[in-house]
Design a binder for this molecule. Structure first.
Ligand SMILES: *[C@@H]1O[C@H](CO)[C@@H](O)[C@H](O)[C@H]1NC(C)=O
Ligand SMILES: *[C@@H]1O[C@H](CO)[C@@H](O)[C@H](O)[C@H]1NC(C)=O
Ligand SMILES: *[C@@H]1O[C@H](CO)[C@@H](O)[C@H](O)[C@H]1NC(C)=O
Length: 357
């Protein structure tokens, strides 16, 4: 790509972003919905890099304003989804991700503001969307250093939401907690030694250990009940089945360490997207929902999605057994990887070109 092309590309997306940003600021509910989707799609199409980092920096303030203004439910849901996507793609460090996590958490569990006694309560659909967005972003912090004591409060609060009236809220909270288990956020060593880094005494660490053990037991008990619920008044059958399946999976994981698995055919029999952890499953479900009908197309053609789900072309299935042996040789594997990478790079270029058309 030459510089001229890069500058052209940059100007085009900056102009688009500016317009979308304005729509999020001043638009009707429908306009905010469309504009925030467009911003998210722009980030997904550009992929990880300086452009999507800039998209995040530029639209973050306006999206947070929508959340802080406690606008109508639909606007808030649009803003939450968009904030999740642009941070997922564009954030380059933990601090940036934490900023978005905090904006989302302020919707999940609002603190009383300056006016005492005016604690706001999110409507169930907003609450479920906020938990989903928060969980989706939490999948990205796995590789960063995590301070365990700071998770006690959010995990305790999420566990109370397993008893919420609204099924969507209970399910979102269940997924969030499953991820917390997978990220080992509830695991505190029970050892009595003080922590050299924080100067904490062994006693408070032991208390944290006990608190977390109690939380684990509480969550398991609630998940067990939710996986066996008989269905109350007016319960939607399909929804009830979804809830029971989800909590059965959560129990299987918490009790037996069995990871959730899912696979999606991408093209014919060969290309299959497989997930085998809560992180991946949560990413898959969120992106599937956000991209809607476009999901398969992105998975087939967008290098970002292929990187996220580590999609490899499963050529072995259609080869003869001799070919398979050859294919399995290290040399061939390396060549396949290289070809994959080249294909992805070519696609990134194509995506960028699509934007300037
Ligand atoms: C988007 O709006 C926010 C707040 O109104 C502003 O700070 C930011 O500069 C705007 N970004 C663009 C690209 O227009
Ligand atoms: C419950 O079902 C309705 C329609 O049948 C659907 O719109 C809604 O999203 C479902 N809720 C959950 C939590 O699956
Ligand atoms: C699960 O349901 C049983 C029977 O309704 C109840 O006694 C128990 O307290 C519930 N467990 C939790 C953790 O709520």
């Amino acid at each position: 790509m030459n510089n001229h092309f890069l500058i052209l590309c940059f100007l085009r997306y900056a102009t688009l972003l500016c317009q979308f940003n304005n729509s999020v600021k001043k638009g009707s509910t429908k306009e905010v919905f469309l504009a925030s989707r467009a911003i998210g799609l722009l980030a997904i199409t550009l992929g990880a890099g300086s452009s999507s980092h800039e998209i995040m920096e530029e639209s973050h303030p306006q999206l947070c304003r929508v959340l802080q203004a406690w606008s109508d439910a639909s606007k808030m849901i649009s803003a939450l989804d968009c904030l999740a996507v642009i941070t997922f793609v564009g954030a380059t460090d933990l601090a940036e991700t934490e900023l978005s996590l905090k904006a989302m958490w302020d919707v999940i569990h609002p603190k009383s503001g300056s006016n005492v006694g005016t604690v706001r309560k999110p409507k169930p659909p907003v609450l479920a969307a906020a938990i989903s967005a928060w969980t989706f972003l939490l999948t990205t912090i796995g590789s960063w250093r995590i301070n365990t004591d700071s998770w006690k409060e959010p995990i305790a609060f999420l566990s109370t939401l397993l008893e919420a009236e609204d099924r969507a809220v209970r399910m979102a909270a269940g997924e969030a907690l499953a991820l917390c288990f997978e990220l080992n956020l509830l695991d505190v060593s029970s050892c009595e030694d003080g922590d050299a880094n924080t100067g904490r005494t062994g006693g408070s660490k032991n208390k944290l250990f006990l608190d977390m053990q109690a939380l684990k037991a509480k969550i398991s008990g609630l998940a067990s009940n939710l996986s066996a619920e008989a269905g109350g008044k007016g319960a939607d059958k399909k929804n009830l089945t979804d809830q029971k399946d989800l909590f059965q999976r959560i129990l299987d994981f918490v009790k037996y360490g069995e990871c959730p698995e899912e696979s999606i055919k991408i093209a014919g029999k060969r290309d299959v997207l497989r997930v085998s952890s809560w992180s991946e499953l949560i990413q898959l479900n969120f992106l599937k929902r956000f991209l809607g009908k476009g999901f398969l197309k992105h998975v087939k053609e967008n290098g970002l999605l292929q990187d996220i789900f580590d999609i490899k072309v499963d050529t072995t299935e259609t080869l003869s057994s001799t070919d398979k042996k050859i294919f399995r040789s290290e040399e061939e594997k390396e060549r396949a990887l290289k070809l994959n990478k080249e294909r992805r790079l070519a696609q990134a270029r194509k995506n960028a070109a699509m934007l300037v058309e």
